[in-house]
Design a protein around this ligand. Structure first.
Ligand SMILES: Nc1ncnc2c1ncn2[C@@H]1O[C@H](COP(=O)(O)OP(=O)(O)OP(=O)(O)O)[C@@H](O)[C@H]1O
Ligand SMILES: [Mg+2]
Length: 273
């Protein structure tokens, strides 16, 4: 992680250099992983921001980043696109990078800090543990509506789900979730079935963990998605088999690392769905 005074040339969302771009570290949200990525809360001027910091260790990352292709460059582009489509995403404040020998070796992305917000995952797991089914049943439609909005705006995401949405820490109805992590988002038209499939499979696998492995809750969120999204070309029925396969594959991965104890049964089409 960078030191308490962070100096790196920053530009704002329009690409204009920020004259005094020195940030102060408040605290680390997530320390650097082995891949050199971390998230922290910082202050720039008087504003609280979430700082995503990526160190690029490999040539395989540095060369594409220098040519404009990196996870954070993608996230910047998708944040702007999503925002202009009216999606509730964190507000992009600035990006910055450092070069060595002409190659990009470090990148940052800053978005406005969402005060008094927690991940939807956390809220859902609490509600599931306390048996608050009525609250849980509101989370599914909120997430499904956001997913539908995203697909209508020609965006898909390999990492969509409640773990990348923030909700007000006090909200009881999961209203107004904010999508904060668009690193794995990409452009894909609403009729691209494969991209709907990938986005939805990740969401369901993440939901299984969230709802504490409750089949009825998993089915309920799938029903909510079927109601919110336009029927994909070929229909939902044709999507079921590959969808359940990917959800199972992802769940087995989670099972191996011990974050869940069981894998879900296949979801099915109901009369509501
Ligand atoms: N704008 C924000 N406001 C408040 N908290 C935030 C904000 N952005 C990120 N966070 C916090 O940082 C965590 C990680 O953020 P994010 O998902 O964007 O990064 P990541 O690199 O994908 O991390 P992970 O791999 O853990 O998902 C979030 O779960 C949330 O707790
Ligand atoms: Mg994330």
């Amino acid at each position: 992680m960078m030191g308490p005074g962070i100096d790196l040339p920053l530009v704002d969302a329009a690409g204009v250099p920020i004259a005094d771009g020195s940030m102060t570290l408040i605290d680390e949200v997530r320390g650097p992983k082995r891949d050199g990525c971390s998230v922290a809360r910082v202050r720039l001027d008087r504003t609280l921001l979430a700082l995503k910091h990526h160190r690029l260790f490999r040539w395989k990352q540095r060369i594409p980043a220098t040519l404009g292709r990196s996870r954070l460059a993608n996230e910047r582009r998708m944040l702007l696109r999503a925002r202009s489509a009216g999606l509730p995403v964190a507000e992009l404040i600035a990006v910055g990078q450092r070069r060595r020998w002409g190659l990009v070796v470090e990148q940052v992305l800053l978005v406005r800090w969402m005060e008094h917000h927690v991940t939807m995952t956390q809220r859902i797991r609490d509600a599931a543990e306390q048996g608050r089914r009525a609250a849980l049943r509101k989370a599914g439609p909120a997430l499904a509506e956001l997913l539908a909005q995203m697909r209508r705006a020609s965006i898909a995401d390999r990492d969509f789900g409640p773990h990348n949405l923030l909700v007000d820490e006090k909200t009881a109805d999961f209203a107004a979730p904010v999508w904060i992590d668009l690193e794995a988002a990409y452009e894909a038209g609403p009729d691209d079935r494969g991209d709907t499939l990938l986005t939805l499979a990740g969401t369901l696998a993440s939901w299984w963990y969230c709802c504490r492995e409750d089949q009825a809750e998993l089915q309920a969120v799938f029903d909510a998605v079927c109601r919110a999204l336009p029927e994909p070309p070929g229909g939902w029925r044709a999507l079921l088999e590959p969808l359940n396969k990917i959800v199972l594959h992802r769940s087995r991965k989670q099972l191996r690392v011990g974050s869940i104890q069981t894998v879900p049964e296949p979801v099915r089409l109901t009369s509501n769905g």
